[in-house]
Design a binder for this molecule. Structure first.
Ligand code: ADP
Length: 241
C-alpha cells in the first residue's frame, strides 16, 4: 500500500518528539528511516503501526484514514530488534500464529494455514528450521523467522525497527542481502528503521534522514550522498564538511 503522512506532530510532556513530519511512500517501496538515537524514528513507526497516536496531522494508507483504525485493523507486520518469538512454539507455529488470531471472517482453515506456512518457509529459505524451537536458533535465524511471522498475514505494510541491531557484522550483511531478495519478491511496502547509514544506503530505495523530530532529507541513497541537504545530513552520512 502507499502511505501518506502530513504535518504529523507528537509531544511527550514538554518535548516535541515529532515536529511536523511530511512523508509519502509508494506501493512496494523499501524506505529506511535513518537518524541518530532519539531523533523520533521509533515513535513515527509506532504511530504508523497504531501503537501510539499523534497530537496532530494525518496518516493515510491506500487512501484510507489510518488514524481511525485500531492496530489490529491496520494489519501491519512488525519485526523489532528483540522480537520475542513464542519460546514454547516451534518455528512453524510461530509463523502460523498471526493467521490463527485473525478475525474469524479473514481466518484461513487449518489446512490453508499449514499450506501458507509451508510456502513461507520455502520462500524465506528456512524450511529446515520448521520443527525447531526458538532457543535452538541463532540470532540471525530468529530474525528470519520473525520476518516470516510478520509476512504471514500478508501485511499492508511491513515495519522493521532495528531488526538486525543485535547481530554481528557478518550476519547483518547476510541478512541485508536476504531481506533485499525477499522484498523484491514480495513487493510489500516496507519501512526500515536504523541508525546505521551503511545499512540504510545498501538496503533502501529511498532514505529518510531524521534529526530531532524533523525530516532533514528524503532521497535515493546516491542523491543524499552526493548532495546532502544540510551539514547535519553530511555529518551523519559520514562526509566531512
Ligand atoms: P529513535 O527511535 O530515533 O531513537 P524515539 O522515537 O525512540 O527515537 O524517541 C524520540 C524521543 O522521544 C526520545 O527523546 C525519547 O526519550 C522520547 N520518548 C519516546 N517515547 C516516549 C514516551 N513514551 N514517553 C516519554 N518520552 C518518550
Amino acid at each position: 500500500m502507499s502511505l501518506s503522512i502530513a504535518n504529523l506532530t507528537r509531544r511527550f510532556d514538554q518535548t516535541e518528539v515529532l515536529r511536523g513530519i511530511d512523508l509519502d511512500i509508494r506501493q512496494g517501496e523499501l524506505v529506511a528511516l535513518l537518524g541518530p538515537s532519539g531523533s523520533g524514528k521509533t515513535t513515527l513507526l509506532r504511530i504508523i503501526a497504531g501503537l501510539d497516536w499523534p497530537d496532530a496531522g494525518s496518516l493515510t494508507v491506500g487512501g484510507q484514514d489510518w488514524l481511525r483504525k485500531t492496530a489490529q485493523e491496520r494489519r501491519t507486520g512488525f519485526v523489532f530488534q528483540h522480537y520475542a518469538l513464542f519460546p514454547h512454539m516451534k518455528v512453524r507455529d510461530n509463523i502460523a500464529f498471526g493467521l490463527t488470531v485473525l478475525p474469524r471472517r479473514d481466518r484461513p482453515s487449518s489446512p490453508e494455514i499449514a499450506e501458507k506456512v509451508r510456502e513461507l518457509l520455502h520462500f524465506l529459505q528456512i524450511d529446515t528450521l520448521a520443527d525447531r524451537y526458538p532457543t535452538e536458533l541463532s540470532g540471525g535465524q530468529r530474525q528470519r523467522v520473525a520476518l516470516g511471522r510478520a509476512l504471514a498475514i500478508s501485511p499492508q505494510l511491513l515495519l522493521l525497527d532495528e531488526p538486525f541491531g543485535a547481530l554481528d557484522a557478518q550476519v547483518r550483511r547476510d541478512l541485508r542481502r536476504w531481506l533485499r531478495g525477499v522484498h523484491e519478491a514480495s513487493q510489500t511496502t516496507t519501512i526500515f528503521v536504523t541508525h546505521d547509514q551503511e545499512e540504510a544506503f545498501e538496503l533502501a530505495d529511498r532514505v529518510v534522514v531524521m534529526g530531532a523530530g524533523r525530516i532533514e532529507q528524503i532521497g535515493h541513497p546516491d542523491e543524499i550522498y552526493d548532495h546532502p541537504a544540510s551539514d547535519f545530513v553530511a555529518r551523519f552520512v559520514g562526509l566531512t564538511v
